[in-house]
Write a protein that binds this ligand. Structure first.
Ligand SMILES: Cc1ncc(COP(=O)(O)O)c(C=O)c1O
Length: 423
């Protein structure tokens, strides 16, 4: 069944019913309510181990923005991963999860003084400078070891909202300014440990990332000349590996992606006579995307025109804004009729007051009110980007494995949503 390729490792269809981690998806929906994101523990661990195996010497820091969650951060910490955080909230969560300071990488294109101070207090090993005045501000806040994020000018083949390495990006510093930032670190009393690049997210091929690594080697060599022999001890290549949400997307495996980047880096560094650096990787989506399956309850089924029949579910862009933001594509199956052939193409929409489309034209057996609809590969940048649009409470998440399910984020209540109003 092709859809199984998009689902987590533990997914299986028995008697037509989709199960994840040994638990029927429709039972999860009954017990925990919908919308719900079910994360497969085995897939999370397997992805983390794939990164560790592909880059045993590297620091792998989970790009926690993909889904900042205590249980996942703890699970990844058990697997030897660190965390990449980019706000006070993400930093605080990583601290509460017990991620040690030496495995914390602190980002942010507009860090507040409080964020810089908290990074220093947390003993974060690496703070990634993203603006010139952050040099002095970071030093004043007590930060010691920094990377400088530089924009390579390489255009990744991905949606413009998640493309970050091009000239003119709001992230990182253009090369001349990055050199200037490195130059100023000495006077500020900072340790300029190295360089950072992240060219974009949802990369489905390695070409742009490989080019960025080669570019970085040349840039590091230029820095050495400009800065009297300085060489980066650390090189952080960011995240970016894509996830397969629909059958025609074919991202490389973790092994392929990482080994290509590391080989390129080794060659580029040798070419420029630079000592091999410690590598940092910051995968987000590729760790959690395929592990998470979104479960919704079907409500209205409406024939809107000759061409379009809507299946409306009890969530929408408020729990997964990616289709609206980036034109992201997904597919769907009916959880208890996963092996029935689709008869007609349906468009899955939500409850939000926009012409939102979660899944465009997916073949399904006739959906009925009350069916559970599962959307594969919905673990990254979904709950993380969720909102209370239309005053919808945010969904819950569970971790499943060995026939058990554990709540890792409870559903928001309507009272919580309404409690922000002044009486
Ligand atoms: C600096 C940095 N590192 C890591 C990531 C994670 O990227 P991905 O989820 O594509 O792996 C991002 C995503 O925006 C990022 O900006």
């Amino acid at each position: 069944m092709p859809v199984l390729d998009l689902l987590p490792d533990s997914a299986a269809v028995e008697d037509g019913a989709l199960a994840i981690g040994g638990v029927r998806a429709s039972e999860l929906a009954d017990e925990f309510g919908t919308p719900l994101v079910a994360y497969c523990e085995a897939t999370l661990r397997a992805q983390a181990r794939a990164y560790r195996a592909a880059a045993p010497e590297a620091l792998v820091a989970y790009g926690s923005k993909a889904f900042p969650n205590l249980a996942l951060l703890r699970l990844f910490a058990e697997e030897g991963l660190g965390a990449d955080v980019s706000t006070l909230g993400e930093l605080e969560l990583a601290r509460r999860a017990g991620v040690p300071g030496e495995r914390l990488v602190v980002h942010g294109n507009n860090k507040s003084d409080e964020e810089l101070r908290t990074a220093a207090e947390a003993g974060a090993d690496l703070v990634v400078l993203d603006a010139l005045d952050e040099v002095e501000r970071a030093a004043a806040a007590g930060v010691r070891r920094v990377l400088v994020r530089v924009t390579s000018g390489i255009e990744a083949d991905t949606h413009e909202a998640i493309r970050t390495g091009h000239h003119g990006s709001k992230f990182g510093l253009p090369p001349e300014e990055a050199v200037e930032a490195l130059r100023r670190t000495a006077a500020a009393g900072l340790d300029p440990a190295g360089l950072h690049v992240h060219i974009g997210s949802q990369l489905l091929e390695t070409q742009a990332a490989r080019m960025a690594v080669e570019w970085l080697g040349a840039f590091a060599a230029a820095c050495r000349t400009e800065l009297g022999g300085w060489e980066p001890a650390v090189v952080d290549l960011g995240g970016g590996l894509g996830v397969r949400h629909v059958e025609d997307e074919e991202p490389p495996s973790v092994e392929e992606f990482v080994s290509e980047l590391l080989q390129r880096l080794e060659r580029a560094w040798d070419l420029h006579g630079l000592p091999q650096p410690l590598v940092v990787l910051e995968p987000g989506r590729s760790l959690v995307g395929r592990a998470g399956v979104a479960l919704y309850r079907v409500g209205a089924v409406k024939r809107a025109s000759e061409a379009t029949t809507y299946v409306a579910v009890d969530g929408g862009m408020s729990d997964n804004p990616r289709p609206q933001l980036y034109g992201a594509r997904y597919t769907a199956v009916l959880a208890d009729r996963a092996d029935e052939p689709g008869e007609h193409a349906y468009t899955v929409t939500g409850k939000n007051c926009e012409e939102e489309v979660l899944v465009r034209r997916v073949l399904l057996p006739e959906p009925r009110r009350g069916d559970v609809l599962a959307i594969p590969a919905a673990g990254a940048y979904t709950l993380a980007m969720s909102s209370n649009y239309n005053l919808l409470p945010r969904p819950a998440a569970v971790l499943v494995g060995d026939g058990e399910a554990r709540l890792i984020r409870r559903r928001e209540t309507l009272d919580e949503v309404l409690s922000l109003e002044s009486p």
